[in-house]
Design a protein around this ligand. Structure first.
Ligand SMILES: [Zn+2]
Length: 629
């Protein structure tokens, strides 16, 4: 999967936007005062199902999570990409660059290991490390644990590690590649970690791949990691896995916590099957590593109120975007610096048994283990299946005495329950839900049937729509309806620049995927493929390669006039899609206004726009008829 796609599957627009504006629930969507223009009545909407946003007010514009960040932070696509990659733990280093020779990687492991020894030595002996030693004692860590995990300390100095390692004969550029030395644009180099408590991070074979570090004073951020390097891929690393793997196999159970301290305290107390997810969402990569060791996962993650809220939203989004996947609770770092929270995400989990430990609110596993190991044991034993947790958490957020709330909870949970394939299990959840909401099982079964029929119908309509499409479009992948049209359109343009004469009616906003929109904009300014490439950030270049190499999937006709015809048809479809999306969003807004019983100035503006939309659609359709497609 290309990095851009990987980022998209991991990011939630509701969460990102809610860090900038205060979103109010509005039906299935969210609304707020527009962050881009001054207004008194909210006309800014976020649509979780489509992962898009739109301002129906003065801006009259919208897009996806990339375009939101670009506009809000006033950054370009490459910067938005980096920001989201950082947040989702996706590596922007392309696969080609990652597959360095083993020899080079061996050198990087070695450098990190020498640094780990150095930091460890400083922690034990250096006068400057007094504060770190005190901190560890106060947190209750024994010297043996500190040695086992080789904790360390980096001096409050710009070059102590640099001096030490170059003194040992390592080249500065190697140290930069290893992620230990940072390089400024003016080529000045300095220690990446300064005045920090150091946690060496090892891969499953026990080799040091990088470090986590904690500030011991008030400096921010509190935690930093090694930067992404050929051996340090945050998305795939599990803290403590090297020391936990045997215990996980033996006990056939892995317990996942969030922090380094949780892992250290657990191991110190004999719970050696505990590992940490490194604060990022549990990625498919991490999951695959654990799956090889056990089928039983236990999530012991802090689930505070904010977490439950996110959980609720996460479910809705996940259902729309994935099928036959099992819900997982994901720890997610709020952004920027808003504490942590959790959300439900979906992972493919064949035969996995995932449970959730319900922690007392506000307590970390570290504290519980230290204060009351028996309580910890009891909590682990009482862990509930992830679906039970979801049901409970959704039900706990509604007033079960209100009819409206009841149906809200049912609406949220039926899609999840309908995905439970085992009929006995499914019946069990129906029963549980009925009891909790005081609804008869019969009516829930009925509702479930109704939902399934509706889903089935949707799928069928979708399939029919696909097959009734123009022949060349019918060959496109069925999974993502419009993406192939966007890609085909770009592939035609990039490879046959003479088609440029046809793009007059093609507006950047017709491209729903920001990466496509970005490519189109850049290409418009720079139609020569070679120099166009030079203007792109590496991730976009990678994406462009992928797009152009998929020519066999999207056959491009030999004849010029056929190519021209296909391009025109693509543009027509993109325009139609854009107008339809506008119409749908407008519809939702209108029904929302009707519900509230209030109509204000915003509506008349919408009406105007509505007129534009329907005239536009009519035009598109008449064009379609005229062409006989
Ligand atoms: Zn606006």
């Amino acid at each position: 999967m290309a990095v851009i796609d990987e980022i998209k599957t991991r990011v939630d627009i509701v969460e990102v936007v809610s860090n900038y504006v205060s979103l109010q629930k509005a039906g299935r969507n969210f609304q707020a005062l527009c962050p881009f223009h001054a207004e008194k009545h909210p006309s800014f909407f976020v649509f979780p199902e489509r992962q898009s946003w739109h301002c129906f007010g003065a801006c009259n514009t919208g897009g996806d999570v990339f375009s939101f960040l670009m506009k809000k932070e006033n950054i370009d696509f490459g910067q938005a990409l980096r920001l989201l990659a950082e947040r989702t733990g996706v590596s922007l280093v392309s696969d080609r660059k990652e597959s360095k020779t083993d020899e080079e990687n061996v050198r990087l492991f070695e450098i990190n290991e020498v640094a780990a020894e150095y930091y460890h030595h400083l922690l034990k002996t250096n006068r400057g490390a007094e504060v770190a030693r005190n901190y560890l004692t106060q947190r209750g860590l024994l010297p043996q644990t500190i040695d086992n995990f080789q904790l360390g300390f980096s001096l409050d100095s710009w070059d102590s590690l640099l001096q030490y390692l170059t003194g040992k004969g390592y080249k500065v550029e190697e140290l930069v590649t290893a992620g230990l030395i940072a390089e400024k644009e003016n080529k000045n180099v300095y220690d990446w970690f300064r005045n920090k408590l150091m946690f060496p991070i090892r891969n499953i074979d026990g080799r040091v791949v990088g470090f986590g570090a904690r500030a011991l004073d008030e400096s921010l951020p509190k935690y930093i990691n090694s930067p992404q390097t050929p051996i340090f891929d945050k998305g795939g690393i599990i803290y403590g896995i090297d020391r936990a793997k045997l215990a996980i196999r033996k006990q056939d159970l892995a317990i996942i916590v969030e922090g380094y301290m949780d892992v250290l305290m657990a191991h110190q107390n004999g719970w050696e099957n505990v590992v940490a997810s490194m604060g990022t969402a549990i990625t498919e990569k991490q999951f695959n590593v654990l799956r090889k060791l056990t089928k039983n996962l236990l999530l012991a993650l802090d689930a505070d109120v904010a977490g439950e809220e996110a959980t609720r939203r996460g479910i809705e989004i996940a259902i729309e975007t994935s099928e036959k996947r099992v819900p997982m609770i994901m720890p997610v770092k709020k952004w920027p610096g808003k504490g942590k929270t959790t959300k439900i995400d979906y992972l493919k989990t064949p035969d996995m048994n995932v449970k959730v430990v319900k922690l007392p609110s506000g307590k970390d596993p570290d504290e519980i283990i230290k204060e009351d190991i028996l309580l910890w044991r009891a909590l682990v034993e009482k862990a509930v299946p992830v679906l039970d947790f979801v049901v409970e958490s959704v039900v706990s957020q509604v007033d079960v005495k209100q009819a409206r709330d009841k149906s809200l909870a049912v609406d949220r949970l039926l899609p999840i329950i309908s995905k439970v394939e085992d009929p006995i299990k499914q019946a069990h959840y129906i029963r549980v839900l009925g009891r909790k909401l005081d609804i008869s099982e019969e009516s829930l079964q009925k509702a479930l049937k109704g939902y399934e029929i509706q889903e089935h119908r949707k799928l069928r309509q979708e399939a029919e729509r696909q097959f009734s499409s123009a022949p060349f479009i019918a060959q496109f992948s069925r999974s993502e309806k419009f993406r192939p049209v966007e890609e085909y359109c770009l592939a035609l343009l990039f490879q046959y620049p003479e088609l440029r004469t046809e793009i007059e009616g093609l507006r950047p906003e017709y491209f729903q995927y920001t990466e496509n929109r970005e490519l189109f904009i850049q290409w418009q300014q720079n139609p020569d493929l070679a120099s166009f490439r030079l203007s792109l950030v590496p991730a976009l270049n990678e994406y462009l390669d992928q797009l152009l190499s998929e020519g066999s999937r999207f056959p491009i006709p030999q004849k010029e006039n056929e190519r021209r015809h296909n391009l025109i048809e693509c543009i027509r479809r993109l325009k139609e899609r854009w107008l339809k999306a506008l119409a749908v969003e407008r519809e939702e807004l209108l029904s929302l206004e009707a519900e509230k019983g209030g109509v204000d100035g915003q509506l008349s503006k919408l009406e105007e726009q509505g007129l534009e939309v329907s005239t536009g659609l009519k035009e598109v359709f008449s064009k379609q008829k005229g062409k006989g497609i």
